[in-house]
Design a protein around this ligand. Structure first.
Ligand SMILES: Cc1ncc(COP(=O)(O)O)c(C=O)c1O
Length: 359
């Protein structure tokens, strides 16, 4: 089977060497004669996988012991609830948080946080969501400041974390984790669903500062309490063993690519090829404004719906898949995560040029 160029926003394309190794590990993990799906999570072989994955994450992202690395069997959406549940205080004395509203994902985080306390919008990019708002107004004493480092649907990305937060930052990094060096300063907690830059869906990686976890609400049910994942090594119940394995292989691949700085440069270069075309085109226009543009999800519109339909049809014919924009916003979205090949962006731009010449 000839594989397609997969522009999907997630689950998304994974590095070929990782898929090949995972294929082999399904049959036999590390010469144990048992496949990764069949190993007990309490056994030596899987423990080695989990320890290796955690160490690789620490090494590749430069994460010290002041942070815990947790694997939670749920997507990023789970943390929209878990974060306020843990950190907005007890039911009798609910606290407040600041949320930077930059699109569809922060909107969902806002809805959930409001169930637990007061939400102050520190900035608001609605209704266009075409830029990270330049002015941030924090409230007086939030418990934390939440932001979405990359808005997967609108295609905007914070060039750097919100500056001078009055409380620890909590970051939904689902769609740009490990796509560039990780900013840890000021952060209390970073969470990411794995299915874009890390591995399969249904598992999230959490990087949590121990001192921030100490401020959580006491008496929570174990599976809703971040601290229980620390205390029990993400093994209160059976973790997503395959997910942890794939994340480890992906992070080893990141290391072999030269690490986060090298990937960051490559990702910026890949994205620039497409933005450069869009900025010079008479038919197409990038949605996000310079300074707020995502290197991961490039969203753009054609001069007419017919033109967009033409691009999608011809892209499919040429083996390029996953280009329709999110169902809520339409248009075109090219997701260029870590594993997306540089040559794939050139193929898309070549097709865009062809269509432009024909008009
Ligand atoms: C930024 C962001 N946050 C949260 C989510 C939701 O993740 P999940 O579907 O794994 O809950 C997504 C999309 O998958 C996303 O892109």
């Amino acid at each position: 089977v000839e594989r397609k160029l997969n522009f999907s926003a997630g689950p998304a394309t994974l590095p070929e060497p990782v898929l090949r190794r995972a294929q082999a590990a399904l049959w036999d993990l590390d010469g144990t004669g048992i496949g990764i799906l069949e190993h007990s999570h309490r056994g030596k072989a899987f423990r080695a996988v989990m320890d290796r994955t955690t160490q690789l994450i620490r090494d590749v992202a430069g994460i010290g012991d002041e942070f815990a690395i947790l694997y939670i069997t749920a997507g990023a959406t789970h943390h929209f609830t878990m974060v306020p549940l843990n950190f907005l205080g007890e039911a009798e004395t609910p606290g407040s948080c600041d949320i930077c509203h930059t699109g569809v994902w922060s909107a969902k985080a806002i809805v959930e946080a409001r169930r637990f306390g007061t939400v102050h919008l520190a900035c608001d990019g609605s209704p266009a969501f075409d830029a990270i708002p330049p002015i941030i107004r924090y409230s007086a004493s939030p418990r934390y400041v939440h932001y979405t480092s990359n808005e997967t649907i609108y295609g905007t990305q914070w060039p750097a974390p919100p500056p001078n937060p009055p409380a620890p930052l909590v970051c939904d990094a689902s769609s740009d984790i490990f796509s560039r060096p990780l900013a840890l300063a000021d952060h209390g907690l970073i969470y990411a669903g794995a299915q874009k830059n890390l591995g399969p869906s249904g598992i999230s990686l959490v990087i949590a500062r121990n001192s921030f976890l100490a401020a959580r609400r006491p008496g929570l049910p174990a599976l809703a309490d971040y601290q229980s994942y620390v205390t029990e090594g993400s093994m209160h119940n059976t973790p997503n063993t395959f997910g942890v394995y794939v994340i480890g292989e992906v992070v080893a691949w990141i290391r072999d690519q030269g690490g986060l700085a090298a990937l960051g440069e490559r990702n910026a270069r890949k994205a620039a090829v497409l933005y450069d075309f869009l900025d010079h085109s008479k038919l197409w226009r990038a949605h996000a404004r310079p300074g707020s543009r995502s290197d991961m999800n490039i969203t753009f519109r054609g001069a007419s719906p017919a033109l967009e339909a033409q691009l999608l049809a011809r892209a499919e014919q040429q083996g390029m898949s996953g280009l329709p924009g999110h169902r809520d916003v339409g248009g075109i979205r090219a997701s260029l995560y870590n594993a997306f090949p540089e040559d794939g962006v050139h193929r898309l731009v070549q097709l865009l040029h062809e269509i432009e010449r024909e008009q």
